[in-house]
Design a protein around this ligand. Structure first.
Ligand SMILES: [Zn+2]
Length: 265
């Protein structure tokens, strides 16, 4: 269920469950501008788990469905960027579209490189994109010790756990990789902590442990490392909601057991 048409601004109740008492998720929408372009940042919240789920790519909708199912069960916060332009975010000036990857915007170096990749090298466009980035980071409000889970989807075999193997696209930035051939290679975790790597690997999931100091590409995970927040990426194949929901639940179970030095209720 994607209540896209509900709630423009302000907060309202979106869901109730049939468990006999009211359990609702509140939704707040913030409107941000990129020149003439609008991006809506939807924030869903329910009391319970002290966890933030973040969906940066607007065309990765299974992740949002799985994330909403998770907070409906356990509580937490889900932040979704919404604009209808697909994976990348667009800056529109004088009707011209300039794209960048929102998962490359979390440093100036990464943001410039992403704009350049999509053929733009103007300071004006960079400034608009950077102001947008600053508004988004203010809303996410990452702080030390916080648990932030980035939720993504991929199309079959486009990006897989195999990209994290030595010689793969992310091979150089990966410390360890654990692959379970019983699992779909499109479904995997990316973690920054050794103990989470071990726990997820023992649980039979595909998991990559990324370098402690990866190159500055402006990715959200690098940003979390810098701020000493606990970050995990949960990638699942588009359409595989049940798998992604299960991955979130397994991860939550492990995080609850881990408890040490992070503020999990
Ligand atoms: Zn993504």
């Amino acid at each position: 269920m994607r209540p896209r048409d509900l709630a423009i601004l302000g907060s309202l109740l979106v869901f109730t469950t049939g468990t006999g008492f009211m359990q609702s998720i509140s939704k707040t929408t913030h409107t941000l501008y990129l020149g003439e372009e609008k991006v809506w940042v939807d924030i869903y919240e329910r009391t319970g788990a002290d966890i933030t789920l973040l969906n940066l790519h607007d065309n990765e909708n299974t992740a949002v469905e799985a994330g909403l199912a998770f907070i409906e069960k356990y509580g937490g916060r889900l932040i979704e960027l919404r604009h209808g332009r697909g994976r990348e975010v667009v800056v529109r000036v004088n009707g011209i579209l300039h794209r960048f990857d929102p998962n490359r915007m979390f440093s100036d170096v990464g943001l410039r490189a992403s704009l350049k990749y999509f053929n733009n090298n103007s300071d004006e466009i960079f400034a608009i994109a950077a102001a947008f980035r600053d508004s988004v980071t203010k809303l996410i409000a990452v702080r030390k010790g916080m648990v932030v889970i980035a939720i993504h989807n991929n199309t079959p075999d486009k990006m897989t756990i195999n990209d994290f193997r030595p010689g793969g696209w992310y091979g150089n930035d990966t410390r360890k990789v654990s692959i379970n051939h019983q699992q779909d290679s499109d479904n995997f975790f990316v973690v920054t902590q050794e103990d989470l790597f071990a726990a997820l690997s023992i649980s039979g999931y595909n998991v990559a442990l990324i370098a402690q100091k990866p190159p500055d590409r402006g990715m959200f995970s690098d940003y979390c490392i810098r701020l000493e927040a606990l970050n995990v990426t949960v990638e699942a194949e588009q359409g595989k909601k049940v798998n992604q929901e299960e991955m979130l639940e397994v991860l939550w179970e492990i995080l609850r057991e881990k408890k040490n030095n992070i503020s999990i209720k």
